[in-house]
Ligand binder design. Structure first.
Ligand code: C5P
Length: 402
């Protein structure tokens, strides 16, 4: 994603030092970086450090004759592909939420026609204050994108949400946001499976598992946000249909396979469903009754079709087939073996041991296993795993470095 320009607005917070690292990493990845340093920001980092790392003059004053003759604030705000505010202080958030324009940073934010990404950083009480939360809600409604803040110990000694996202996470968010605003998967057909399957014993009982469908739904959402024409084949879950996604609801593994077949051909397939490995060989037409003599029924199981393996061998084969591996031990080794056995390209492996809370929780720690090796991702929200995965898919399908 080189050759693109980021305008970084550095607000006044102790986290401003991390913004220097953001600039360094962006430059390494081929971005050019213009910087606006607020008056308060200049109390934490010097204009010299910022311009030395950015390789460009740093802008500070709204009413600077030199700045205005070189580049007016309107042009400054529009010459970039993305405007990033890091650290985004409570004050900068409030100013934009309220539409204020009384310095270079706020004027630039109001004048831009580009997406704005904010990395908030402030004391936990300031973050939790109803005024900040109100501003956050307003800014989200206005289309501002956020990365962080994270939880942790703060420079002021307090603990809780308010820590600015780490530089690497900000850079990833920048790449994801750029990919989203450029429709990186426009013209791509995507198929995602999600949720458990229900395998009926009789009209009221079934065999199933604890899958919530959250990860698969988040992936379908992230692919659609990048412009992919996305079909989501879902087992029974308690989730709302994602926007811009064609949802096909099924119950059983056999129905899931039929629905997937109908959605082909596809360029990318992501099998996130926890398909039941077995189904009862027969499904009783009427509810099974307890027997007088106390004898328990014997359930004979039949193996379900392997949807991932089937789609990995579809003709024409999707350019990229991705499976999941939920394991409770030897996570990566089992995932590598699964990748070969099923014939897919990548496996997203995760540890679903009872203590991890991953199976129905909102976070996931995954390992991306491909032919090139294994990448260990940090603990992330399932939505963030989905965004990163979608950006990687765009990288492969559209030949971009995501
Ligand atoms: O074999 P295992 O269930 O561990 O494999 C998990 C991967 O295979 C997941 O991507 C899952 O969606 C897919 N799968 C499938 N059909 C099955 C079983 C698993 O698509 N019957």
């Amino acid at each position: 994603m080189g050759g693109r320009k980021i305008l970084l607005i550095i607000g006044g917070g102790i986290a401003a030092y991390k913004s220097l690292e953001v600039i360094r990493r962006l430059r390494q990845r081929g971005f050019s970086v213009g910087a606006v340093l607020t008056k308060a920001g200049a109390e934490f980092v010097t204009p010299l450090s910022v311009s030395a790392l950015a390789g460009e003059k740093v802008f500070q004053d709204l009413f600077s004759l030199t700045d205005e003759s070189e580049m007016g604030h309107i042009e400054l705000s529009r010459s970039a592909d993305l405007v990033v505010v890091a650290p985004a202080t409570a004050d900068l958030m409030a100013k934009l939420a309220g539409g204020h324009a009384n310095d270079l940073a706020s004027t630039t934010l109001l004048a831009t026609d580009k997406t704005v990404l904010m990395a908030p950083a402030m004391n936990v009480r300031m973050w939790n204050h109803p005024a900040t939360q109100r501003n956050l809600a307003q800014l989200r409604k206005d289309g501002i994108v956020f990365v962080g803040p994270g939880d942790g110990e703060m420079a002021c000694g307090e603990f809780g949400p308010g820590r600015m996202a780490e530089p690497n996470d900000i850079v990833v968010a920048i790449e994801n946001t750029l990919a989203a605003s450029s429709g990186a998967l426009a013209g791509v057909k995507a198929l995602v499976t999600a949720g458990p399957t229900h395998e009926s014993l009789d009209p009221v009982r079934f065999i199933s598992n604890r899958s919530s469908g959250k990860q698969g739904y988040a992936i379908a959402t992230a692919l659609a946000e990048l412009g992919a024409d996305t079909t989501l084949v879902s087992g029974p879950v308690a989730l709302e249909a994602p926007a811009r996604v064609k949802l096909v609801s099924v119950e059983t593994a056999q129905e899931m396979l039929v629905a997937c077949d109908r959605a082909l051909p596809a360029d990318v397939v992501v099998c996130a469903a926890a398909v039941a490995d077995w189904r009862p060989e027969t499904t009783a037409g009427q509810k099974l009754k307890k027997r007088q003599n106390g004898a328990t029924p014997v359930i004979t199981l039949a193996e379900n079709p392997d949807i991932l393996a089937t789609l990995s061998h579809a003709v024409p084969r999707p350019a990229l087939v991705i499976g999941f591996a939920a394991e409770t031990e030897n996570v990566v080794a089992y995932a590598q073996a699964k990748r070969t056995r099923k014939g897919c390209d990548w496996i997203v492996a995760n540890d679903v041991s009872p203590g991890t809370g991953i199976m129905s929780g909102d976070q996931n720690r995954v390992h991306l296993v491909s032919g090139d090796g294994v990448e260990d991702w940090p603990l992330l929200d399932k939505a963030e795993v989905a965004h990163r995965l979608a950006a990687r898919i765009a990288g492969v399908l559209k030949g971009r470095t995501a």
